[in-house]
Structure formats: C-alpha cells, structure tokens
Design a protein around this ligand. Sequence first.
Ligand SMILES: NC(=O)c1ccc[n+]([C@@H]2O[C@H](COP(=O)([O-])OP(=O)(O)OC[C@H]3O[C@@H](n4cnc5c(N)ncnc54)[C@H](O)[C@@H]3O)[C@@H](O)[C@H]2O)c1
Length: 330
Amino acid sequence: MKHILVTGGAGYIGSHATLRLLELDHKITVVDDLSNGWQSAIDALSKVGDLTFIECRCGDYDKMMDLMSDHQIDLVMHFAAFAAVNESVKEPLMYYENNTGNSLSLLRAMMDSGVNNMVFSSTCATYGLPTPDQMPLTEDCPQKPISPYGWSKLWFEQALSQCTKANPSFACTALRYFNVAGCDPQGRVGEHHIPETHLIPICLEVAKGKRDDIKIFGSDYDTPDGTCIRDYVHVDDLIAAHLLAMKHLEPGVMQTFNVGIGRGYSVMEVIESCRRVTGHAIPAVSHERRQGDPDMLYNDPSKIQKAFNWKPKYEELDAIVATAWHEMNL
Ligand SMILES: NC(=O)c1ccc[n+]([C@@H]2O[C@H](COP(=O)([O-])OP(=O)(O)OC[C@H]3O[C@@H](n4cnc5c(N)ncnc54)[C@H](O)[C@@H]3O)[C@@H](O)[C@H]2O)c1
C-alpha cells in the first residue's frame, strides 16, 4: 500500500486514476482546487476507499509542504492542469501560470520534502504539427508545440528532465496522452468539462438532446473521408499505463512514453460510432477548418508495449463510446 498524492483528482482523468488506486487499496490524498473539477466525483470516490480531499491549488507551496512533511507521500500523480487548446490561445498566461507555474511550485515542494516519485500527465500537443510521414508518432518525434497549452506542458517536461538529471534520487515518468475517452464501465465517475470540447461527449450530448448538432471542423483533410483522424485511448487503459509507470520508476531517470492505442479514427467514424451506440441520429454540420489541426495524429505504442507490456483492452471505438454513454444515462 502506498500513499499517493493525486493532483486534479476531481477532474475526468484524475478521478478515474483515484478510483483505480483506491480499488487497489492505496491511500489517496487528492489535491484539487475545483476550478474544473467536481465535488460529486470526490463524494463518489470517498465511498470506494481511504481518500482525503484537500481543496487547494497544487502550486500552493506552503500547503504542499505541510502535506508532504506531515504525511509520508510515496508518489505524486500530477493531473492538475488546464487542458483546452483553444482557451490557451486566448489566455496563454493562464496556461503558463497554471500548467507550468503551479507545477514548478509543486515540484519544488516535492524536492524540499524528499518526495521523489512523480508520474506526470503530458500530452501529444507537445509535438505540434507533425508531418504525415511522421505518423505514427514515436517519442523521439520533434516537440514543437503550436499552442500555449502544448508549450506549458513541454516546459514542465523540460524542468522534470533537468531536475531528474540533477537529483539522482528523483524518478519521473511523463506520459504523453493522445485523445482520452470513455468512462468507468460502472459509471461511478465520468467525463464532465464545462465547456465540453471533446468530440465523443459532445456527440453524446447531441444524442441526449442537450445540443442540436455536432460541428465538423473541416471535411477536406487528406484522409479517406476528409475528416481529421485521431487516436482514442480508453481512460481505464490510460490509468493502467499509470500503474505500470508507477511500478517502473527509476531513480535519476526521466522516462517518457506516448499513450494511445496505435490506430486512428476519423471524426466521421466517431460520429457514426456514437450513432450506432446510442441509436440516435446525431445531426452533423460542416464548418470551416480550425487553425492548427493536423490531418492525422496517432501513436506508435511500441515503446510502452515493450517497456511495460502495456496493451489496451479497448481498441474498438464502439466499446469506448458505450462506457461513456452508459455513464451519461445513469
Ligand atoms: N482529456 C484528454 O484527452 C487529455 C489529453 C492529453 C493530456 N491530458 C492531460 O490530462 C490531465 C487531466 O485532464 P482532464 O481531461 O482530466 O482535465 P480536467 O479539467 O477534467 O481535470 C483537471 C483537474 O485539475 C484541477 N486543477 C486544475 N488546475 C489546478 C491546480 N492548479 N491545482 C489543483 N487542481 C487543479 C481541475 O479542477 C480539474 O479537476 C491534464 O494535465 C491534461 O493536460 C488530457
């Protein structure tokens, strides 16, 4: 049993990680400022196991020092961040302050209190706009973000890499997620963002009658059906990767892995999957392209498969969508 600090544990991915860690009998402290998180997720998680919730910023150095000095924290899973690419273009400073600044203060508190293990949520947005011949994306693809969000994450990756080199006791793994989707199959926690920017929950909101239609941004991409292709990884498979990363941390080493299933689905294929799973028509409306959307973005999972023997359980889109639809209907 380990005592794990989960930052952002009231949000989508952090709540799924907390759920799984509690099921494995770890002691969990969640730090979340509820800027985008949910008290209802904390309430649901409290029924599962030994959970303490502290409502504050993970970058509050004094509070993090108190927490880490008063308790033997074995590891930090760092999910807390702002994660909307378009918002980051409008409010870059907000992203650097939160995703880089608060993360650096958290790291400082870890270093000052001797908490030496971190698994960090990074993103394929750190790769920017890879060319089609770079697909599928490997971890050594150049990192040239095109959004403040991507940069705010990459800067923290850089800090982690350099601090790990300078501190042989510190161990860290950055997981660069592709598009995370789906929910706990039992629906105890779910995916809730305001505003929602992710394709699958938006389609499901149309199916529920909460929106009129789904907007397709660009139908003239260089893909078989003209819509963008992305790699969708189920949140439970992503959390399985975190558990493996936690087990394989190496002092003095920063490891990085992409986490995506290794095949892409187009926007149109996602909409069709949502139609099949929900039995609703889900009207779709064509719009202009958005700036900075590459034709395709999908992962080469061989590094994480070789290192951790990680294999996703969910490879079919309908199975991923079904878990999200189930949660939405509870
Ligand atoms: N959802 C995806 O598809 C995706 C893809 C790539 C990477 N990521 C990364 O995964 C992580 C989690 O994403 P998510 O989709 O669960 O987002 P989310 O918004 O649902 O969850 C983030 C949580 O962090 C909290 N938070 C934000 N800043 C905080 C701070 N300074 N201190 C304390 N709490 C804070 C929010 O209240 C929220 O509960 C993020 O780091 C994101 O960059 C997500």
